[in-house]
Design a protein around this ligand. Structure first.
Ligand SMILES: [Zn+2]
Length: 367
């Protein structure tokens, strides 16, 4: 048992885009006294020992014995302050992952939390819970919940209940419209667990996305320049067209499944809403209306019969926006194996869009 092992686990899954995109996902290692959790703004693929924040497990456990404000904003701020207070001496410059409390709930020393596209095909689907119970009878399901203390509290109650009832330790937990937690005693056990879960997904998924690029039917240089001009100076615009994008671009009806976000990641990197344009000639007008209504510039524009445009403030950022949005596209295809897409609830979208912690995460990842 060691921190070197969690480093290896982090690198293995963090460098595989089918498990982790952008700065997403987090890992932890714990012994009896300390939790070593990935710090915000570090990436799993390249994390080193210093990227983990050493925290007192005793201080984290104390959070459950405290009374916090009934007002959500105040409560989240109080819990965050206590979480920061649980950092060990010398760790003050680091910011522990927002999912720290959840990591500490598992008894096992190694915890991996990721948002794999295939897994989210289930968590963002209509049959989510039923599908999970069929595929993984020993796993736990947590319905869509505001992140932070509220979510951690719900997971804690559910894990305790499961462990009391079955006498077994919880090691697999699915979060609706979000992702999955794996917990294991060793690297080997972790690999077996992840492998078993992914194999079961492959056995049950009947529809796979076809992301083979397609050549645009016309020259899109002018369109790209037009979109650039509508954005801040220095914006980078990427044009994307593949089989799935083409299908989604056919009509507003086919695009419907993507009109609302499916996971918090989609909001953090691509903003809450995309802009869908039925007629290219109305681009300027519809763009202005979108900005007026939403108060931000769109990061994703779909143009009927043409393709998708991903907009960023740098080459790297535009690539992240494009990758994360294509993740949403793929999720919408995988979800067809589980009764179709289930988008995030509107109030949850607003909550994430205004959440200070997440905006910190996106700022760091986009630097
Ligand atoms: Zn997460």
């Amino acid at each position: 048992m060691s921190i070197e092992v969690i480093e290896r686990i982090s690198h293995k899954y963090g460098s595989d885009p089918s498990y982790v995109l952008a700065g997403g996902g987090n890992t932890s290692f714990k012994d009896d006294n300390y939790l070593y959790i990935k710090g915000s703004g570090t990436s799993l693929a390249t994390i080193t020992k210093d990227g983990f924040v050493k925290m007192s497990r005793e201080a984290l456990a104390q959070i459950w014995n405290k009374e916090y404000s009934k007002e959500q904003d105040k409560r989240e701020a109080q819990v965050l302050a206590d979480m920061m207070g649980a950092r060990c001496v010398g760790e003050e410059a680091k910011r522990p992952s927002v999912e720290t409390l959840l990591h500490n709930l598992f008894v096992q020393p190694y915890v991996l939390h990721v948002h794999p596209t295939m897994v989210n095909g289930l968590t963002c689907s209509v049959w989510g819970k039923d599908g999970m119970e069929k595929m993984f009878p020993n796993a736990l399901w947590i319905e869509e919940t505001e992140p932070g203390y509220t979510l951690a509290k719900k997971c804690r109650d559910r894990i305790n209940e499961y462990e009391e009832k079955t006498g077994k330790l919880a090691n697999l937990l699915f979060l609706q419209n979000h992702g999955v937690f794996f917990a294991a005693d060793s690297e080997k056990e972790m690999d077996e667990l992840v492998n078993d879960v992914m194999s079961e997904f492959k056995r049950n998924i009947t529809t796979y996305p076809n992301t083979t690029p397609i050549e645009a039917s016309k020259d899109v240089t002018e369109l790209i320049n037009k979109v650039k001009a509508l954005n801040e100076e220095g914006s980078v615009v990427k044009f994307v067209l593949n089989y799935e994008v083409e299908r989604l671009c056919q009509s507003l009806d086919s695009f419907k499944v993507l009109l609302r976000p499916m996971t918090p990641d989609h909001i953090v990197y691509c903003k809450a809403l995309p802009l869908y344009i039925e007629n290219e000639d109305t681009l300027e007008e519809k763009h202005a209306l979108f900005v007026k209504e939403n108060g931000y510039l769109p990061k994703i524009i779909f143009i009927q019969g043409v393709g998708m445009l991903a907009i960023g403030n740098s080459e790297k950022n535009a690539q992240v926006v494009s990758d994360v949005w294509l993740d949403a596209v793929k999720i919408s295809v995988y979800a067809q194996s589980f009764g179709g897409v289930r988008q995030m609830a509107p109030e949850m979208v607003d909550f994430i869009a205004n959440w200070e912690v997440e905006s910190y995460r996106s700022k760091v990842a986009l630097k």
